[in-house]
Structure formats: C-alpha cells, structure tokens
Design a protein around this ligand. Structure first.
Ligand SMILES: N[C@@H](CCC(=O)N[C@@H](CS)C(=O)NCC(=O)O)C(=O)O
Length: 248
C-alpha cells in the first residue's frame, strides 16, 4: 500500500508536474483528485494552504510542486536527477523552473480559463479527470456556478484572452531562442526539472494526445496555434519520449 497521497485538481498543470516526477521515479502514491474550490476542503484543514499539488508523506506535507520535485530527486542517483549534481547548473535549472512556474504556468492557466468557462461540456469533461463519484455528480449539477466563480477569479474576458495569448507567445519565443542551436533540452543534452516543468505547464494549451476534432472551435484554434509553435512541437516530442520513461 503506497504511503504517499497526492491531492490534486485532475487537469491542473502544476499537478501534472508533480505526478510526472513521481511516476518517472517509480514512486507509488494514491491520487485524490478534486474539483477546483472543493479541493480547499482537503487542503486547508490539513496544511492551511489552498493550492494543489499537495503531497502528504509520512514525514510531513509538501505544498508546492517544486518541493515535490526536490523530494523525488533526493531518491534518485545521477544522472537521473532532475537537478544536476553540478551546483551552478542546478541553480540555473531551479531559477528557470521558478520563472516558468510564475510566468508560463499562470499565463497558460488564465488563457485557458478565458475559453473553458464558456464551454460547459468540455469544462465538465476536463474537470472530471480522476474524480470520485460524489464530486463527479456535484460537478454535473454545479458547473454553472463553478464556471461563474472561476470566470470571476481569473477575470476572464476576450481582452484578457488576447493579452494572455500574446504574453504566452512571447514567453515561448524566449525558450525557442534557447533551443535554437538544436539542443535536445533546455539545458543541452540532459533532461532536467526545467524541461519537465515547461512541458507540464503547457498542458492546458497543448492538450497532449487529444484529437482536435470535436473540440469547441475557439479551443481547437488555440491548441493548434500553440502546437504549431517551435516550443509546442518540442514539448510534444519531449513528452512522447519522456513521460512514460522511468528515471535511472
Ligand atoms: N506554485 C504552486 C502553484 C500551484 C497552483 O497555483 N495550483 C492551483 C491549481 S492549477 C491551485 O491549487 N489553485 C487553487 C487556489 O489558488 O485556491 C506550485 O507549483 O505548486
């Protein structure tokens, strides 16, 4: 029986970052997925924090995806580590990871909410990921209220959508410049926490593995735009190659 519990919002890209790191290291865990806002019932009483991923370990709780990656890395040996043994390189990896968390993660999320709150069927489908029966039923009944609350929380509007899209294009152009010399990963030939972070945080605008056919037009257009960028193509390749690979 695994001792770790990963509290998530199923489709959250920060949660995917943590999940990928745990899977890659072959660490067993049980995932508890919740719908946004209901998840507070499962985080606040345990840790007085609001965000997921939250990893509950026998030695305490980790309340940030970066802390979860660091925890996972402690059990790995070189060269499988996400943070290289070389201190200078590890600091650069960590700095880029933080920058991606703060900029790419928040921008991609707000951009997608600008579209998703207007698409009830897709909203319910996406948010159902990993839910138990009770929350699935709650989501089916309460999604109009949830969509309204999320629209307010993320201040969604066509203007915000356009601004976030432009901002994400700029952020990705910066990473494309880094990859322009033909390197395999952001720091050369080695897969690091920065790669895992960027690929995970693009999930909302990439919808990896999903056919565009059948998606609402505005979302299909958004996803095909980002899939067509240099970083989008890179992210799909890296995910295909690395997402199921075990470290070490
Ligand atoms: N820096 C945090 C960010 C996590 C985060 O923003 N999670 C979102 C889900 S995508 C969340 O839980 N939001 C709920 C809230 O802020 O109440 C991390 O990397 O773990």
């Amino acid at each position: 029986m695994p001792k770790l519990r990963l509290v998530t919002i199923g489709p959250s890209h920060y949660c995917e970052k943590a999940r990928w790191a745990l899977d890659r290291a072959g660490i067993g865990y049980v995932e508890e997925a919740h719908v946004p806002m209901v998840h507070w019932l499962f985080t606040l009483p345990r840790t007085r924090t609001r965000t997921v991923p939250l990893l509950l370990t026998p030695h305490g709780a980790l309340t940030d995806s970066t802390d979860i990656l660091r925890f996972v890395d402690r059990g790995l040996a070189e060269p499988a580590r996400l943070y290289p043994g070389d201190d200078a390189l590890a600091s650069e990896v960590a700095a880029l990871e933080d920058e991606l968390d703060e900029l790419v993660g928040t921008t991609a999320r707000r951009l997608v909410y600008c579209h998703l709150v207007h698409e009830p069927a897709l909203f319910v489908e996406v948010m159902s990921q990993g839910l138990g029966r009770a929350e699935r039923a709650l989501l089916r009944g309460a999604h109009p209220i949830m969509r309204r609350a999320l629209a307010r929380a993320f201040n969604v509007s066509p203007r915000a959508a356009a601004r976030m899209r432009g901002r994400l294009d700029e952020l990705l152009a910066k990473q494309a410049a880094r990859l322009a010399d033909g390197r395999q990963y952001l720091f050369g030939e080695r897969f690091t926490a920065a790669d895992l972070t960027l690929v995970s945080l693009l999930q909302p605008v990439m919808l990896y593995g999903r056919e565009l056919e059948g998606l609402p037009a505005s979302i299909a257009e958004l996803v095909s735009h980002f899939r067509a960028t240099e970083v989008g193509a890179w992210a799909r390749r890296v995910r295909d190659e690395q997402r199921t690979r075990r470290a070490g």
